[in-house]
Design a binder for this molecule. Structure first.
Ligand code: FPP
Length: 249
């Protein structure tokens, strides 16, 4: 079998092409907590604990790139208590997971606009990126203060600056140009986008990059998402017929 990407075995042992890059919208933390009579932040903490299991199952599933949506440019609209709690969770998560991720050969990157994030958090993000930059195992990208439209707007601004500075010929701008200015410029496009919690929308996540992605909208709330479910979705991806607008030959 010839695969553009890695292979994954299905339940019967047959080998299929698995997704090389999986992106996840981790939704449902709040409802998970509320159904237990607990504050929303309790759900976010449970959600953060799920991240490790999912990162760890990637090598076995042939998933080289994993991108997770941790905080959107729209999430600032939440209460001050929830936003502050999430920011503190991100700081704690990065400090605590730093060594574990580095030891597991995970390379971590962050995408999103860092300008609005507090300096302490940005320093930890820089440190984690630096400490894992030689790793060549799973590439974990965490989207923090990320919005697809915001990313395209920031990219367009830089592109326009290059045109104004004479570094880029506007006649040569085509669909290969803009991706070079996106936060994700070193990453391949996602093959599979998963959203948990039963909502069927993409909420401004990887808008440009997901043009040809396959989607899975599943009912599981993020804190209940397991490596088994991830495996099932990767196997199901392997049986899809991706034509990228062409026809099967
Ligand atoms: C959406 O659930 C989730 C978020 C806005 C935060 C995602 C954060 C985590 C999973 C935890 C930390 C991640 C890292 C990388 C440390 P929601 O609050 O919108 O849930 P709801 O729709 O049920 O209200």
């Amino acid at each position: 079998m010839s695969c553009k990407t890695d292979t994954v075995s299905d339940a019967g042992g047959a080998t299929r092409c698995g997704p090389h890059h999986v992106a996840i919208i981790m939704d449902g933390n709040g409802r998970w907590a509320q159904s237990r009579g607990r504050p929303r932040l309790f759900g976010h903490h449970a959600g953060a604990r799920r991240v490790r299991e999912v990162v760890e199952c990637c090598p076995e599933l042939g998933v080289k790139y994993l991108t997770i949506f941790a905080f959107s440019t729209e999430n600032w609209k939440r209460t001050q208590v929830e936003v502050a709690g999430l920011m503190s969770l991100f700081r704690r998560y990065i400090s605590k997971e730093m060594k574990a991720l580095a030891a597991r050969n995970v390379r971590v990157r962050f995408i999103g606009d860092r300008v609005r994030l507090d300096a302490k958090l940005v320093k930890l993000m820089d440190q984690l990126e630096e400490e894992t930059q030689e790793n060549d195992g799973t590439h974990l990208t965490i989207a923090l203060n990320y919005g697809g439209r915001d990313e395209v707007a920031r990219a367009t601004k830089r592109l326009a600056q290059d045109v104004a500075a004479g570094k880029l010929d506007p006649e040569k701008v085509d669909q290969e140009t803009l991706p070079r200015y996106l936060d994700t410029h070193v990453l391949p496009d996602p093959d599979l986008v998963i959203r948990t919690s039963g909502e069927a929308r993409i909420s401004n996540f990887l808008l440009w990059q997901s043009a040809y992605a396959e989607y899975e909208f599943i009912d599981t709330l993020w804190p209940d998402f397991t490596s088994e479910e991830m495996g099932r979705l990767c196997r199901s991806y392997g049986s899809r017929d991706r034509r990228f607008g062409g026809v099967k030959t």
